[in-house]
Design a binder for this molecule. Structure first.
Ligand code: FES
Ligand SMILES: [Fe+2]
Length: 337
């Protein structure tokens, strides 16, 4: 990506920073994203909170030995207590209070995940990620993590890869015989892309259950770091797969990628779990093929694109809105990628 006009290499958006399971009651997690250190903790009222990691007193990292007491986190070094907004509310050995705060970040918990809103100028979010009914429905198997990878890439390259339909029946030819983009719809921070696909599932584990089939995919991106996809087949069984992709920048070079999936319970109970396990494995195999490309590709200044490649250019224009730039003409930034 041509980043010469960017004020930050990171987009301003919502990002997955943990799963709900990773943060038990009174749990404390040290995190490192966006080249910064954070501490995530679950207050005794059950809500997750995120603060900058280091205590202003003498610099201890609250994520290593910090403890939750009520709605505060207690520094392990000298016991200063910081509330969920980052205010110092107690120093064990003096009644004085410091004229400083720890920076707190907006956090939401939904769909089994914990999100932070990253903005390099610390602006508050003006949009939200919606709940996904499938995550709370007994008609679907429980949402499970497929895999988590540290990938040498960025979110612009990921988005390009994701809307690029011509790589589907080339790089992923064991899964797809054909793929045609049915276009995108943009609504502010969301982008929806529909694809009609012909699956070649014979080599995949899931193919043993559903056979070959035509199908469709609808992917909705809520910012560049989180998207949800619905895959439907029209084969012997109407098979439904739901995936969540999350990518959170660790620093300028690496992305923390985690994919989650579940399937519609269209088979007798034991087979649904087998189907979910097969799909999990197949999604993992498919994304590993993308990783090899993402980690070694470059971004040509003048890529040669045809309509059949998919809606790459409009998607890159859409993603530009999430990057703060010192020029009003942000649209050109990503298109040059
Ligand atoms: S460094 Fe945190 S209380 Fe001293
Ligand atoms: Fe791919």
């Amino acid at each position: 990506m041509n980043s010469s006009h960017l004020l930050s290499p990171f987009p301003n958006s919502w990002f997955r920073i943990a799963t709900s399971d990773e943060l038990p009651a009174k749990g404390v997690l040290p995190l490192r994203y966006f080249g910064q250190d954070f501490v995530l903790f679950r207050a005794e009222d059950g809500t997750p909170h995120l603060l900058d990691a280091h205590c202003p007193h003498l610099g201890a990292h609250l994520g290593y030995g910090g403890t939750v007491e009520g709605e505060t986190i207690r520094c392990p070094f000298h016991g200063w207590q910081w509330n969920c907004q980052g205010d110092c509310v107690k120093i064990p050995y003096t009644d004085k209070s410091p004229q400083t705060q720890i920076k707190s970040w907006p956090v939401r918990e939904l769909n089994g995940l914990i999100f932070m809103y990253y903005h390099h100028q610390a602006q508050e979010p003006d949009w939200e990620i919606p709940q996904v009914p499938e995550c709370y429905s007994s008609e679907w198997t429980p949402l499970r993590s497929v895999q988590r990878w540290k990938v040498k890439t960025n979110l612009v390259q990921y988005l390009e890869n994701s809307v690029d339909v011509s790589h589907l029946y080339s790089l992923h030819r064991q899964t797809f015989d054909d793929a045609i983009s049915d276009g995108i719809e943009i609504d502010g921070p969301t982008l929806t892309h529909r694809i009609t696909q012909k699956y070649n599932l014979s080599a995949m584990l899931v193919g043993k259950l559903v056979g070959e089939a035509d199908g469709s995919v609808k992917t909705t991106y809520y910012g560049p770091g989180y998207d949800v996809s619905y895959y439907w087949t029209k084969g012997l069984i109407q098979f439904g797969l739901f995936t969540i992709f999350t990518g959170t920048p660790i620093d300028e070079d690496y992305l923390d990628v985690q994919i989650f999936s579940c399937v519609k319970k269209v088979l007798p109970p034991p087979l649904n779990l087998l189907l979910a396990a097969f799909v999990k494995q197949d999604v993992e195999v498919t994304f590993k093929q993308d990783i090899d490309i993402l980690e070694h590709r470059i971004s040509p200044t003048h890529p040669i694109l045809f309509e059949e490649d998919g809606p790459i250019k409009p998607s890159l224009r859409w993603v530009s809105q999430f990057y703060s730039s010192d020029t009003a003409d942000q649209n050109n930034l990503a298109v040059k990628s």
